[in-house]
Unconditional design. Structure first.
Length: 360
């Protein structure tokens, strides 16, 4: 099991100097809007991923008018203490220490202290374009399979080269179809590897998402999920050839794993077109809990679960189903934020959760 025992935050976002000790596996964090609930979860996330969950430069994370921030945290990983210190000063290289040793490469830390976060804006994974859903799949598989990550990096590099060549051919600067042949060969190798791994991985992940959704919704809603890809066994090179003329005309690669998607249907209709806000939020949680369960199965211990604004949009029955799994059936450490202290206390009492409540 992974658990966070203590965190001290100095000049990170709205925090001056604050320390929090956690002695339970379920921790409720409450406070009014703007008090720093999301920022506290983000400070925890930072210690696990060496960066903020939210996009933007690291300078934005430094408290206004301060020179830098510091986060210090103590974890227990399978009963072994792990001590993290992050120091980020304006105009200096970020320092990230594990047990007093500084990391040369921050990426070496990824996966050691795994965490899954669910933030309100994550609803874009459901509502938005396929980019968000591919990012969801890629982040998850990359954490568990470094070869996948390497194939993805290589694929993206060659794809950029191919697109730039297509532009040059279209504008008449270059007429090198031989080079296009070479790039097609080079691109097909990682693309086919990524497709094969996504296919195998999603065969297990998609049924898990459906099961979590059924547990949360607890009714006869019929959710189905597909992996949508134009690629099948060893045909990517052929697809590139078939689409070559079109690709030159539009000056980019129109077919490939960079267009893959996850499709969801609710009662035979496209999910994102017809689902209500609460149904969408339920699917988001189902996807995140499936991610959590997959990491847990692969690592052999429970990651941290950081749930921001769980109560928003979900009805009482769905909240109860969700929190009963997260806080009772699951044995990992979970952080839950809410603006209403009484609602959090009542939920804990009703579900007989022996949680710790922190008021900001
Ligand atoms: N770099 C920064 N320096 C100082 N304050 C900051 C910085 N970045 C964000 N803040 C402040 O942090 C506060 C937001 O904190 P946070 O998002 O954690 O609130 P919250 O408790 O989650 O609120 P809500 O209930 O609305 O979600 C805002 O008041 C914002 O101005
Ligand atoms: Mg918030």
């Amino acid at each position: 099991m992974l658990s966070l025992q203590k965190i001290s935050i100095t000049h990170f976002k709205n925090y001056e100097i604050s320390s929090f000790c956690f002695d339970k596996s379920v921790i409720g964090i409450c406070g009014l809007n703007g008090k720093g609930k999301t920022n506290l979860l983000d400070a925890i996330y930072y210690c696990c991923f060496t960066k903020s969950y939210f996009p933007g430069s690291d300078t934005l994370n430094i408290k206004f008018n301060q020179e830098g921030f510091r986060i210090e945290s103590s974890f227990l990983l399978n009963e072994k203490p792990q001590h993290i210190v992050v120091i980020n000063r304006v105009n200096a290289k970020k320092e990230f220490y594990l047990n007093q040793s500084v990391y040369e490469k921050l990426s070496q830390h990824i996966g050691l202290l795994p965490a899954v976060i669910v933030a309100p804006d994550d609803i874009d994974i459901i509502n938005g374009s396929s980019d968000g859903r591919r990012k969801y799949i890629d982040t998850l598989i990359s954490q568990l399979d470094n070869e996948y990550l390497q194939s993805l990096i290589l694929h993206n590099k060659i794809l950029l080269q191919r697109n730039s060549l297509l532009k040059n051919i279209a504008s008449g600067n270059i007429n090198d179809f031989g080079l296009l042949d070479v790039l097609d060969d080079q691109l097909s190798i990682p693309a086919q590897q990524i497709y094969n791994k996504r296919k195998v991985f999603l065969e297990k992940l998609l049924p898990m998402i459906i099961l979590f959704y059924k547990n949360i919704a607890d009714n006869d809603e019929n959710l189905i999920a597909f992996y949508d890809s134009k690629i099948c066994e060893n045909n990517y090179k052929e697809l590139l050839t078939i689409n070559r003329q079109k690709d030159v005309a539009i000056q980019r690669t129109s077919v490939g794993i960079h267009k893959d998607d996850l499709l969801f249907e609710l009662n035979d209709q496209v999910f994102k077109n017809i689902a209500s806000q609460g149904q969408k939020k339920s699917l988001l949680f189902a996807m995140k809990l499936a991610e959590y369960e997959t990491i847990k199965n692969s690592k052999g211990f429970t990651p941290l679960l950081l749930l921001d604004d769980v109560f928003e949009k979900l009805d009482d029955k769905r909240i109860t189903n969700l929190l009963d799994w997260v806080c009772n059936k699951n044995k990992g450490q979970v952080f839950i934020t809410d603006t209403h202290k009484v609602r959090l206390e009542n939920t804990f009492n009703q579900l007989e959760i022996d949680g710790q409540i922190i008021e900001l």
